[in-house]
Design a protein around this ligand. Structure first.
Ligand SMILES: *Cc1c(COP(=O)(O)O)cnc(C)c1O
Length: 361
Protein backbone atom coordinates (compact mmCIF):
# COMPACT_ATOMS: atom_id res chain seq x y z
CA UNK A 1 0.00 0.00 0.00
CA UNK A 2 1.35 3.42 -0.90
CA UNK A 3 2.27 5.36 2.22
CA UNK A 4 1.17 8.95 2.52
CA UNK A 5 4.79 10.02 2.40
CA UNK A 6 5.17 8.46 -1.05
CA UNK A 7 2.02 10.16 -2.27
CA UNK A 8 3.17 13.46 -0.81
CA UNK A 9 6.56 13.07 -2.44
CA UNK A 10 5.39 12.30 -5.95
CA UNK A 11 2.02 13.92 -6.58
CA UNK A 12 2.52 17.53 -7.65
CA UNK A 13 1.76 19.93 -4.76
CA UNK A 14 -0.81 21.87 -6.80
CA UNK A 15 -2.70 18.60 -7.45
CA UNK A 16 -2.57 17.61 -3.77
CA UNK A 17 -4.05 21.02 -2.94
CA UNK A 18 -7.10 20.44 -5.20
CA UNK A 19 -10.37 18.83 -4.24
CA UNK A 20 -12.04 16.66 -6.89
CA UNK A 21 -14.87 18.25 -8.92
CA UNK A 22 -17.93 17.74 -6.67
CA UNK A 23 -20.98 16.02 -8.16
CA UNK A 24 -23.81 15.85 -5.58
CA UNK A 25 -26.09 12.82 -5.38
CA UNK A 26 -29.40 13.70 -7.05
CA UNK A 27 -31.21 10.40 -6.47
CA UNK A 28 -34.93 11.03 -6.07
CA UNK A 29 -34.59 14.80 -6.52
CA UNK A 30 -35.82 17.16 -9.25
CA UNK A 31 -32.39 17.73 -10.80
CA UNK A 32 -31.92 21.38 -11.74
CA UNK A 33 -28.24 21.83 -10.88
CA UNK A 34 -26.27 20.93 -14.00
CA UNK A 35 -27.86 22.61 -17.08
CA UNK A 36 -29.07 19.32 -18.50
CA UNK A 37 -31.88 19.15 -21.06
CA UNK A 38 -34.76 17.77 -18.95
CA UNK A 39 -36.48 15.81 -21.72
CA UNK A 40 -35.67 12.14 -22.06
CA UNK A 41 -36.17 10.50 -25.48
CA UNK A 42 -39.71 9.27 -26.18
CA UNK A 43 -40.25 5.52 -26.33
CA UNK A 44 -40.46 5.40 -30.15
CA UNK A 45 -37.08 7.13 -30.48
CA UNK A 46 -35.58 4.76 -27.90
CA UNK A 47 -36.80 1.82 -29.98
CA UNK A 48 -35.20 3.21 -33.12
CA UNK A 49 -31.95 3.83 -31.26
CA UNK A 50 -31.99 0.29 -29.87
CA UNK A 51 -32.32 -1.01 -33.46
CA UNK A 52 -29.42 1.18 -34.52
CA UNK A 53 -27.28 0.08 -31.54
CA UNK A 54 -27.83 -3.58 -32.52
CA UNK A 55 -25.74 -3.03 -35.64
CA UNK A 56 -22.67 -1.69 -33.80
CA UNK A 57 -19.50 -3.68 -33.33
CA UNK A 58 -18.04 -2.82 -29.95
CA UNK A 59 -15.27 -5.38 -30.36
CA UNK A 60 -13.72 -2.96 -32.87
CA UNK A 61 -12.05 0.36 -32.14
CA UNK A 62 -14.12 3.40 -33.16
CA UNK A 63 -13.50 5.36 -36.36
CA UNK A 64 -10.60 7.53 -35.11
CA UNK A 65 -11.70 10.46 -37.29
CA UNK A 66 -15.40 10.05 -36.39
CA UNK A 67 -16.05 10.89 -40.04
CA UNK A 68 -19.83 10.49 -40.14
CA UNK A 69 -20.39 12.50 -36.98
CA UNK A 70 -18.03 15.26 -38.13
CA UNK A 71 -19.95 15.63 -41.39
CA UNK A 72 -23.22 15.92 -39.47
CA UNK A 73 -21.79 18.49 -37.06
CA UNK A 74 -20.57 20.57 -39.99
CA UNK A 75 -24.01 20.47 -41.56
CA UNK A 76 -25.77 21.13 -38.23
CA UNK A 77 -23.70 24.27 -37.49
CA UNK A 78 -23.00 25.40 -41.06
CA UNK A 79 -19.24 24.97 -40.69
CA UNK A 80 -17.62 25.22 -44.12
CA UNK A 81 -14.54 23.47 -45.47
CA UNK A 82 -12.41 26.56 -44.79
CA UNK A 83 -12.53 25.74 -41.07
CA UNK A 84 -11.02 22.81 -39.23
CA UNK A 85 -13.01 20.77 -36.70
CA UNK A 86 -11.64 18.96 -33.64
CA UNK A 87 -13.78 16.55 -31.59
CA UNK A 88 -13.39 16.05 -27.87
CA UNK A 89 -14.85 13.82 -25.19
CA UNK A 90 -16.91 16.79 -24.08
CA UNK A 91 -15.56 20.31 -24.42
CA UNK A 92 -13.79 19.67 -21.13
CA UNK A 93 -11.42 17.41 -23.04
CA UNK A 94 -10.91 20.10 -25.68
CA UNK A 95 -9.84 22.57 -23.01
CA UNK A 96 -7.39 19.91 -21.82
CA UNK A 97 -6.05 19.32 -25.36
CA UNK A 98 -5.53 23.05 -25.83
CA UNK A 99 -3.64 23.28 -22.54
CA UNK A 100 -1.47 20.29 -23.47
CA UNK A 101 -0.66 21.77 -26.86
CA UNK A 102 0.33 25.27 -25.71
CA UNK A 103 1.15 24.63 -22.04
CA UNK A 104 4.28 25.21 -20.02
CA UNK A 105 5.05 26.43 -16.50
CA UNK A 106 5.57 30.02 -17.68
CA UNK A 107 2.40 30.11 -19.74
CA UNK A 108 -0.91 31.55 -18.63
CA UNK A 109 -4.57 30.79 -19.15
CA UNK A 110 -6.69 33.90 -18.56
CA UNK A 111 -10.45 34.12 -18.10
CA UNK A 112 -12.97 36.56 -16.62
CA UNK A 113 -14.48 35.51 -13.28
CA UNK A 114 -16.89 34.21 -12.26
CA UNK A 115 -16.94 31.84 -15.23
CA UNK A 116 -16.62 28.14 -16.04
CA UNK A 117 -14.44 26.57 -13.35
CA UNK A 118 -12.75 24.06 -15.67
CA UNK A 119 -10.57 26.81 -17.22
CA UNK A 120 -8.81 27.26 -13.89
CA UNK A 121 -8.79 23.57 -12.99
CA UNK A 122 -7.36 22.41 -16.31
CA UNK A 123 -4.68 25.13 -16.20
CA UNK A 124 -3.63 23.59 -12.89
CA UNK A 125 -3.78 20.01 -14.21
CA UNK A 126 -1.55 21.01 -17.12
CA UNK A 127 0.96 22.82 -14.90
CA UNK A 128 0.11 26.25 -16.32
CA UNK A 129 -0.48 29.60 -14.65
CA UNK A 130 -4.06 30.83 -14.31
CA UNK A 131 -5.19 34.45 -14.10
CA UNK A 132 -8.80 35.42 -13.36
CA UNK A 133 -10.09 38.93 -14.08
CA UNK A 134 -13.25 40.03 -12.21
CA UNK A 135 -16.34 40.83 -14.26
CA UNK A 136 -18.34 43.93 -13.28
CA UNK A 137 -20.17 43.07 -10.07
CA UNK A 138 -23.59 44.50 -11.01
CA UNK A 139 -24.33 42.96 -14.41
CA UNK A 140 -21.38 40.57 -14.99
CA UNK A 141 -20.32 42.41 -18.12
CA UNK A 142 -16.63 42.41 -19.06
CA UNK A 143 -14.37 45.03 -17.52
CA UNK A 144 -12.45 45.92 -20.69
CA UNK A 145 -9.78 48.04 -18.97
CA UNK A 146 -9.05 45.27 -16.45
CA UNK A 147 -9.01 42.61 -19.18
CA UNK A 148 -6.64 44.59 -21.39
CA UNK A 149 -4.33 45.37 -18.47
CA UNK A 150 -4.24 41.70 -17.45
CA UNK A 151 -3.54 40.64 -21.04
CA UNK A 152 -0.70 43.13 -21.22
CA UNK A 153 0.70 41.97 -17.88
CA UNK A 154 0.41 38.17 -18.28
CA UNK A 155 0.65 37.74 -22.11
CA UNK A 156 -1.70 34.74 -21.91
CA UNK A 157 -1.33 31.70 -24.18
CA UNK A 158 -5.13 31.32 -24.09
CA UNK A 159 -8.01 33.61 -23.11
CA UNK A 160 -11.27 31.74 -22.52
CA UNK A 161 -14.53 33.65 -22.94
CA UNK A 162 -17.74 31.72 -22.28
CA UNK A 163 -20.48 33.44 -24.33
CA UNK A 164 -23.14 33.17 -22.89
CA UNK A 165 -21.22 32.98 -19.63
CA UNK A 166 -21.72 30.30 -17.00
CA UNK A 167 -22.87 30.86 -14.22
CA UNK A 168 -24.16 34.35 -15.05
CA UNK A 169 -26.12 33.70 -18.26
CA UNK A 170 -25.16 36.94 -20.05
CA UNK A 171 -23.63 37.52 -23.47
CA UNK A 172 -20.54 39.74 -23.47
CA UNK A 173 -20.58 42.81 -25.74
CA UNK A 174 -19.30 42.00 -29.19
CA UNK A 175 -17.10 45.13 -29.42
CA UNK A 176 -15.36 44.17 -26.18
CA UNK A 177 -14.78 40.59 -27.33
CA UNK A 178 -13.18 41.97 -30.48
CA UNK A 179 -11.02 44.35 -28.46
CA UNK A 180 -9.76 41.39 -26.44
CA UNK A 181 -9.10 39.35 -29.59
CA UNK A 182 -7.08 42.25 -31.01
CA UNK A 183 -5.03 42.70 -27.85
CA UNK A 184 -4.41 39.03 -27.04
CA UNK A 185 -0.97 37.77 -28.07
CA UNK A 186 -2.20 34.13 -28.11
CA UNK A 187 -5.45 32.26 -28.60
CA UNK A 188 -8.91 33.54 -27.71
CA UNK A 189 -11.31 30.62 -27.33
CA UNK A 190 -14.98 31.56 -27.40
CA UNK A 191 -16.89 28.88 -25.53
CA UNK A 192 -20.41 28.67 -26.99
CA UNK A 193 -21.66 25.82 -24.80
CA UNK A 194 -25.07 27.58 -24.56
CA UNK A 195 -25.42 28.31 -28.27
CA UNK A 196 -28.79 26.49 -28.40
CA UNK A 197 -30.37 29.06 -26.07
CA UNK A 198 -29.27 32.32 -27.66
CA UNK A 199 -29.50 33.97 -31.07
CA UNK A 200 -26.01 35.39 -30.71
CA UNK A 201 -22.86 33.70 -31.97
CA UNK A 202 -19.29 34.78 -32.54
CA UNK A 203 -18.61 32.12 -35.20
CA UNK A 204 -18.12 34.79 -37.87
CA UNK A 205 -15.14 36.17 -35.91
CA UNK A 206 -13.18 33.19 -37.26
CA UNK A 207 -13.07 34.91 -40.64
CA UNK A 208 -11.46 38.07 -39.28
CA UNK A 209 -9.19 36.94 -36.42
CA UNK A 210 -6.56 34.25 -36.90
CA UNK A 211 -6.19 33.82 -33.12
CA UNK A 212 -9.88 33.09 -32.43
CA UNK A 213 -11.38 29.61 -32.05
CA UNK A 214 -15.00 28.72 -31.27
CA UNK A 215 -15.83 25.78 -28.99
CA UNK A 216 -19.25 24.13 -28.83
CA UNK A 217 -20.75 21.04 -27.23
CA UNK A 218 -23.76 18.76 -27.63
CA UNK A 219 -24.12 18.55 -23.83
CA UNK A 220 -26.46 21.46 -23.13
CA UNK A 221 -28.37 20.79 -26.35
CA UNK A 222 -29.61 17.52 -24.88
CA UNK A 223 -26.81 14.95 -25.11
CA UNK A 224 -24.78 15.51 -21.94
CA UNK A 225 -24.40 11.77 -21.42
CA UNK A 226 -22.62 11.27 -24.76
CA UNK A 227 -19.69 13.63 -24.05
CA UNK A 228 -19.25 15.31 -27.45
CA UNK A 229 -17.56 18.70 -27.68
CA UNK A 230 -16.00 20.35 -30.70
CA UNK A 231 -13.65 23.14 -31.65
CA UNK A 232 -13.88 25.14 -34.86
CA UNK A 233 -11.10 27.25 -36.34
CA UNK A 234 -8.26 27.71 -38.76
CA UNK A 235 -6.91 24.34 -40.03
CA UNK A 236 -3.35 25.39 -39.06
CA UNK A 237 -4.38 25.42 -35.39
CA UNK A 238 -6.65 22.36 -35.54
CA UNK A 239 -3.95 20.22 -37.22
CA UNK A 240 -1.65 20.82 -34.26
CA UNK A 241 -4.32 20.06 -31.64
CA UNK A 242 -5.19 16.83 -33.49
CA UNK A 243 -1.71 15.59 -32.52
CA UNK A 244 -2.49 15.65 -28.79
CA UNK A 245 -5.95 14.12 -29.22
CA UNK A 246 -5.98 10.48 -28.06
CA UNK A 247 -6.77 8.47 -31.20
CA UNK A 248 -10.01 6.86 -30.01
CA UNK A 249 -11.35 9.61 -27.74
CA UNK A 250 -14.95 9.29 -29.00
CA UNK A 251 -16.25 5.75 -28.48
CA UNK A 252 -18.32 3.66 -30.88
CA UNK A 253 -21.53 4.16 -28.88
CA UNK A 254 -21.09 7.92 -28.48
CA UNK A 255 -20.37 8.41 -32.19
CA UNK A 256 -23.39 6.37 -33.23
CA UNK A 257 -25.75 7.88 -30.66
CA UNK A 258 -24.74 11.45 -31.52
CA UNK A 259 -25.19 10.71 -35.24
CA UNK A 260 -28.58 9.19 -34.50
CA UNK A 261 -29.62 12.22 -32.44
CA UNK A 262 -28.38 14.74 -35.02
CA UNK A 263 -30.41 12.96 -37.69
CA UNK A 264 -33.38 13.92 -35.48
CA UNK A 265 -32.20 17.48 -34.93
CA UNK A 266 -35.83 18.62 -35.12
CA UNK A 267 -36.54 16.83 -31.84
CA UNK A 268 -33.63 18.60 -30.17
CA UNK A 269 -34.57 22.03 -31.47
CA UNK A 270 -38.18 21.56 -30.33
CA UNK A 271 -36.85 20.78 -26.87
CA UNK A 272 -34.55 23.80 -26.76
CA UNK A 273 -37.38 26.04 -27.99
CA UNK A 274 -39.51 24.77 -25.08
CA UNK A 275 -36.66 25.48 -22.67
CA UNK A 276 -36.37 29.03 -24.00
CA UNK A 277 -40.11 29.57 -23.56
CA UNK A 278 -39.96 28.15 -20.02
CA UNK A 279 -36.99 30.39 -19.24
CA UNK A 280 -39.10 33.47 -20.04
CA UNK A 281 -42.02 32.20 -17.96
CA UNK A 282 -39.71 31.31 -15.07
CA UNK A 283 -38.06 34.75 -15.11
CA UNK A 284 -41.48 36.41 -14.94
CA UNK A 285 -42.46 34.21 -11.98
CA UNK A 286 -39.15 34.79 -10.20
CA UNK A 287 -39.62 38.54 -10.58
CA UNK A 288 -42.64 38.27 -8.27
CA UNK A 289 -40.48 36.82 -5.48
CA UNK A 290 -38.15 38.86 -3.22
CA UNK A 291 -35.05 37.86 -5.21
CA UNK A 292 -32.79 39.59 -7.71
CA UNK A 293 -33.01 37.95 -11.15
CA UNK A 294 -30.45 38.44 -13.91
CA UNK A 295 -31.53 38.13 -17.56
CA UNK A 296 -30.30 34.90 -19.16
CA UNK A 297 -29.44 33.73 -22.67
CA UNK A 298 -28.68 30.23 -21.40
CA UNK A 299 -30.76 27.35 -19.99
CA UNK A 300 -30.33 28.52 -16.41
CA UNK A 301 -31.16 31.60 -14.36
CA UNK A 302 -28.95 33.24 -11.75
CA UNK A 303 -30.73 34.75 -8.75
CA UNK A 304 -29.62 36.48 -5.57
CA UNK A 305 -31.58 36.07 -2.38
CA UNK A 306 -32.19 39.28 -0.51
CA UNK A 307 -31.55 38.71 3.15
CA UNK A 308 -32.27 34.98 3.23
CA UNK A 309 -29.08 32.98 3.52
CA UNK A 310 -28.53 31.23 0.20
CA UNK A 311 -27.09 28.08 1.74
CA UNK A 312 -30.08 27.66 4.03
CA UNK A 313 -32.53 28.16 1.19
CA UNK A 314 -30.55 25.72 -0.97
CA UNK A 315 -30.72 23.10 1.80
CA UNK A 316 -34.44 23.65 2.42
CA UNK A 317 -35.15 23.36 -1.31
CA UNK A 318 -33.28 20.05 -1.35
CA UNK A 319 -35.33 18.86 1.62
CA UNK A 320 -38.38 19.71 -0.49
CA UNK A 321 -37.01 17.51 -3.27
CA UNK A 322 -35.40 20.09 -5.61
CA UNK A 323 -31.67 20.22 -6.27
CA UNK A 324 -30.26 23.52 -7.61
CA UNK A 325 -26.74 24.95 -7.47
CA UNK A 326 -25.63 27.11 -4.57
CA UNK A 327 -22.95 29.54 -5.71
CA UNK A 328 -22.55 31.41 -2.45
CA UNK A 329 -18.84 31.28 -1.65
CA UNK A 330 -17.78 30.38 -5.21
CA UNK A 331 -16.76 33.99 -5.98
CA UNK A 332 -17.26 37.28 -4.09
CA UNK A 333 -19.59 38.51 -6.89
CA UNK A 334 -21.83 35.49 -6.31
CA UNK A 335 -22.58 36.07 -2.62
CA UNK A 336 -26.13 34.90 -1.89
CA UNK A 337 -26.60 33.47 -5.39
CA UNK A 338 -28.33 30.31 -6.61
CA UNK A 339 -28.24 29.00 -10.19
CA UNK A 340 -31.48 27.42 -11.37
CA UNK A 341 -31.42 25.16 -14.44
CA UNK A 342 -34.59 25.51 -16.52
CA UNK A 343 -36.46 22.19 -16.43
CA UNK A 344 -39.77 20.89 -17.77
CA UNK A 345 -42.89 22.95 -16.92
CA UNK A 346 -43.69 20.52 -14.06
CA UNK A 347 -40.17 20.65 -12.69
CA UNK A 348 -40.18 24.43 -12.84
CA UNK A 349 -43.44 24.60 -10.91
CA UNK A 350 -41.94 22.30 -8.27
CA UNK A 351 -38.80 24.45 -8.16
CA UNK A 352 -40.76 27.71 -7.77
CA UNK A 353 -42.87 26.19 -5.00
CA UNK A 354 -39.79 24.87 -3.18
CA UNK A 355 -38.07 28.23 -3.56
CA UNK A 356 -40.92 30.40 -2.35
CA UNK A 357 -41.69 28.05 0.56
CA UNK A 358 -38.00 28.02 1.54
CA UNK A 359 -37.75 31.82 1.33
CA UNK A 360 -40.74 32.16 3.63
CA UNK A 361 -39.16 30.21 6.47
C1 LIG B 1 -21.18 22.91 -19.34
C2 LIG B 1 -20.11 23.74 -19.95
C3 LIG B 1 -19.09 23.16 -20.71
C4 LIG B 1 -18.84 21.67 -20.65
O1 LIG B 1 -19.30 21.00 -21.66
P1 LIG B 1 -18.99 19.46 -21.92
O2 LIG B 1 -19.00 19.44 -23.40
O3 LIG B 1 -20.11 18.74 -21.28
O4 LIG B 1 -17.65 19.08 -21.36
C5 LIG B 1 -18.18 23.97 -21.34
N1 LIG B 1 -18.23 25.31 -21.18
C6 LIG B 1 -19.16 25.89 -20.43
C7 LIG B 1 -19.17 27.38 -20.29
C8 LIG B 1 -20.12 25.13 -19.78
O5 LIG B 1 -21.03 25.72 -18.99
Amino acid sequence: MAGNDLVARWVRPEIQALSAYPVPDATGLVKLDAMENPWAWPESVRQEWAECARTLDVNRYPDPAAGALRAQLRAFDGIGAAHGLLLGNGSDEIIQMLAMAVGGPERTILAPEPSFVMYRMIATFAGMQYHGVPLQAEDFSLDPAAMLAAIEQTRPAIVFLAVPNNPTGNVFARAQIEQIAEAAPGLVVIDEAYRAFTDSTQLDMLDRFDNVLVMRTLSKLGLAGLRIGYLVGAPAWIEQFEKVRLPYNIGVLAQAAASFALSRAGMLSEQTALIRAERARLCAELDKLPVQVWPSEANFILIRLQGAAARDVFTRMRERGVLVKCLDGAHPHLAGCLRLTVGTPDENVAMLQALSASLGE
